[in-house]
Design a protein around this ligand. Structure first.
Ligand SMILES: *Cc1c(COP(=O)(O)O)cnc(C)c1O
Length: 220
């Protein structure tokens, strides 16, 4: 099936309240343009350099989401245009996003990435780190970031029960934060990829990040 057909199929199966992010890392511009020409404009990228190159080469009205691990010293390159950063995994990084957003006279949407997988390799904050961040008095001074919710990546496994448990733990953390803090913009749960997005939606996802099921295999 073509990129346009894949997109159409996933969107037809997705509740209207759930947003689809097309993960285009390691895909050539031609594939992104196939999606764009079919009317789709929301892309997720993992690497700063690749993201900046694509943003420059492709149409200006594309909405770019940064979903990969982000180093503080690279925030400045994406701050002028990025729509949302899904992968904020430390207070230090959040402060840098605020600083760079301010320089660009913008407010940048941020999701806090939580560690929900079993593997150590998947980055993200623990519940304690998240609580510490949310309790920090400094948070109020960050006027150029908008805390929009949580992001998580499940363990890479065929065990659906395991994945479900992890998705539900993210949903649970989200509900707890909503209950305990006054965060009006905190509305998103970014979870679910090509292999597990229907389960993620079942567990309360509001944004799914789907790559290979749309664009096919990546070029490495
Ligand atoms: C690559 C990636 C995805 C998409 O993965 P697919 O399995 O190709 O759908 C989603 N989220 C993150 C953080 C990724 O790095």
């Amino acid at each position: 099936m073509s990129v346009a057909e894949n997109l159409k199929k996933i969107q037809s199966e997705l509740p209207e309240s759930v947003q689809l992010i097309a993960v285009s890392k390691k895909q050539p511009n031609s594939k992104l343009l196939e999606a764009y020409d079919s009317g789709f404009k929301v892309f997720g990228e993992n690497y700063v350099q690749e993201l900046c190159a694509k943003a420059e080469e492709l149409p200006q009205d594309i909405e770019w989401h940064m979903i990969g691990h982000l180093q503080s010293n690279k925030v400045k390159y994406i701050a002028p245009f990025v729509k949302m950063i899904h992968s904020v995994d430390s207070f230090k990084l959040l402060k840098e996003v605020n600083k760079q957003a301010k320089k660009n006279d913008r407010v940048i949407n941020c999701l806090l990435q939580m560690h929900i997988a079993e593997e150590d390799s998947k980055t993200g904050m623990t519940q304690d780190e998240l609580t510490e961040l949310l309790n920090s008095p400094e948070l109020e001074n960050l006027e150029h970031i908008r805390l929009c919710g949580l992001m998580g990546m499940s363990t890479f496994t065929d065990n659906q029960e395991q994945v479900k448990k992890e998705f539900l733990s993210l949903k649970n953390s989200f509900d707890k934060i909503k209950g305990e803090y006054s965060l009006p913009d905190f509305t998103e749960i970014s979870m679910g990829m090509s292999g597990d997005w229907p389960l993620a939606v079942e567990c309360g996802s509001t944004m799914i990040r789907v790559g290979s099921a749309i664009f096919g295999q990546r070029l490495y």
